[in-house]
Design a protein around this ligand. Structure first.
Ligand SMILES: [Zn+2]
Length: 234
């Protein structure tokens, strides 16, 4: 098992040292990593692996067959000590976007009782599907309320929480616990001070002020009971 160094709350580290445990030509498995593997609507980190004789780019990171696989242009051999560096600009954009997604999702739940059906984060533009139909007024309210939460600069705390406690404390509609296998305990939880709590394995910023400001730049009809928003951050 690869130790995931960014969990539960070490998301601002950019470099790490690790040893190659398995080398398969196109990918390597490390004993520890800071690279985020694609999942939960957040893309994989990119970056580089460095050692004495090479410095290939990490082009993708995926969890496959229970392993975290770092896809590289050229793989170091088993036992090599490497220094990993993540593409920080890209990662930080994902951290801001992912945190923004939590804020809007909770705002939609608070204002309209609408749950989030899906989301996809990108560095420049992200989207969320809500289980409700939108109007121009609702879009304006979502944007306004989200920006109020951003302006409050609320602390974002990430921690491991025992599953029973997590299920008790998470607001109704903010955790699809039936989709998380029972074996996952404790759970990685993301709390926005006095506002939100939900289970999430993604990367997030430490305070909502880092989001600066949010614009909803588009909407799309995704069915009789689902509408999509697209948003950007300042
Ligand atoms: Zn998250």
């Amino acid at each position: 098992m690869t130790e995931t160094l960014y969990l539960p709350d070490n998301e601002y580290e950019k470099t790490f040292d690790a040893e190659v445990r398995q080398s398969e030509g196109r990918y390597v498995v490390l004993d520890r990593t800071l690279f985020y593997k694609e999942g939960g609507g957040q893309p994989a980190d990119k970056g580089t692996l460095k050692w004495e004789n090479g410095r290939p780019k990490v082009t993708d990171v995926q969890k496959e067959h229970g392993q975290i696989r770092h896809y590289v242009e050229r793989a170091p051999s088993e036992g090599t000590n490497v220094r990993g560096e993540i593409d920080w600009e890209r990662r930080y954009s994902h951290m801001r976007m992912h945190t923004a997604q939590h804020v809007i999702s909770k705002v939609a739940l608070d204002l309209y009782g609408a749950e989030t059906e899906g989301n996809q984060i990108h560095a420049d533009r992200s989207r969320i599907d809500f289980g409700m139909k939108l109007t121009d007024q609702k879009v304006r309210e979502l944007e306004q309320r989200t920006n109020e939460i951003i302006d409050k600069d609320l602390k974002v705390e990430k921690s491991q929480m025992e599953r029973g406690t997590a299920e008790d404390e998470t607001p109704e509609g903010r955790g699809l616990f039936n989709l998380i296998p029972d074996s996952v305990d404790p759970l990685r939880m993301v709390r926005i001070e006095g506002f939100d709590l939900c289970p999430c394995g993604g990367t997030h910023v430490d305070a909502t002020g880092e989001l600066k400001g949010l614009d909803i730049v588009g909407t799309e009809n995704k069915g009789s009971e689902v509408d999509r928003i697209e948003f950007k951050l300042d």
